[in-house]
Design a protein around this ligand. Structure first.
Ligand code: URA
Length: 201
């Protein structure tokens, strides 16, 4: 298996879909390449496209704050998106773009090998669950994904739209507490390879 750096280098020249034409740069992901916890958002926005880093705008600030709330920094986790390039005008990812881009994500998951994956919002949640589940229905639950624990939660941008005092903000904080609890449980349960036996899912 190649390294994450090698994969990122190849991804930086990706032309697998039409988004290559309008991007400033590929936003592969950032953080700890050996993280136990990985976040998957939707796609880079304006600031991410400019800086080459995921979640650096307002939604990123919210994500950073939620992480701090469970005693983690961005350096301790890995953060990326379903799409590695910014869709024009921040429109929704299109199915052909997701299909072209998803091999980068599957490889990232294999290379980083996180214990817990948190999908942020509908696009990453649907891709990982493999079904068109609505985020409000599945958030805050633990699912099995390729031998790991998947915990979907809202997209931070949705919280910004609804206001930080909305009920969804409290639910998102609950979901982050569940992430912290799950990481603790998995740390003490190591090296049991079959998470299903832990009664987690
Ligand atoms: N929204 C996302 O889904 N990802 C980012 O990187 C920024 C905003």
């Amino acid at each position: 298996m190649r390294t994450l750096d090698e994969a990122a280098r190849e991804a930086s020249g990706c032309t697998r879909c039409k988004l290559a034409q309008g991007r400033t740069q590929v936003v592969y992901g950032s953080g700890n390449g050996n993280a136990d916890l990985m976040f998957i958002g939707e796609a880079p926005g304006f600031h991410e496209d400019r800086q080459g880093l995921p979640f650096v705008g307002a939604a990123g600030g919210l994500l950073t704050g939620l992480l701090e709330g469970i005693g983690l920094t961005r350096d301790q986790v890995f953060i990326c998106n379903v799409l590695k390039c910014r869709p024009p005008g921040n429109r929704d990812p299109q199915p052909d773009e997701i299909e072209a881009c998803e091999p980068w994500l599957w490889e990232q998951i294999d290379l980083i090998n996180p214990k817990v994956i948190c999908s942020l919002g509908n696009f990453s949640t649907r891709l990982l669950l493999g079904k068109p589940a609505g985020i409000s229905r599945v958030r805050g639950q633990r699912f099995k994904f390729r031998g790991r624990c998947l915990i979907p939660t809202f997209h931070p941008a949705a919280i910004l739209h609804g206001g930080r005092t909305s009920p969804a903000m409290g639910q998102m904080e609950d979901d982050f507490r569940l992430i912290a609890k799950t990481l603790e449980e998995l740390a003490v349960s190591e090296p049991d390879p079959d998470a299903e036996q832990l009664g987690l899912f």
